[in-house]
Write a protein of this length. Structure first.
Length: 108
């Protein structure tokens, strides 16, 4: 499996785990709590395989964390009715821009 497909799996699993963490209400709800453990397990396993396939750790972690932050923030705003300000949107744009620069630098 290509490293970027595994990285996408790691991102999706981490986002599912993080959103489920919110829904677990401090691990007081069993279903979401189980999904947290499975989500993070899949995320870290997939990320470790990405690194094993040779993607630089700085690039892999930057993409993984930035995509996770952006997706969780968007899900929080759209589905969980959490606040999203223009300043927060600007921060997400800066994070994503930084990851793009890391990726471009690694490609040289």
């Amino acid at each position: 499996m290509a490293p970027y497909l595994l990285l996408a799996l790691a991102i999706v699993a981490e986002v599912i785990g993080t959103v489920s963490l919110k829904l677990s209400e401090g691990f007081s709800k069993l279903g979401p709590s189980i999904i947290v453990v499975i989500g993070y397990g899949v995320a870290f396993t997939a990320l470790s395989l990405v690194l094993k396939l040779g993607m630089p750790i700085g690039v892999a972690y930057a993409i993984w964390s930035a995509a996770g932050v952006a997706l969780v923030a968007i899900i929080g705003a759209v589905f969980l009715k959490e606040q999203m300000t223009l300043t927060m949107i600007g921060g997400l744009v800066l994070i994503i821009g930084g990851v793009v620069l890391l990726e471009l630098g690694a490609a040289q």
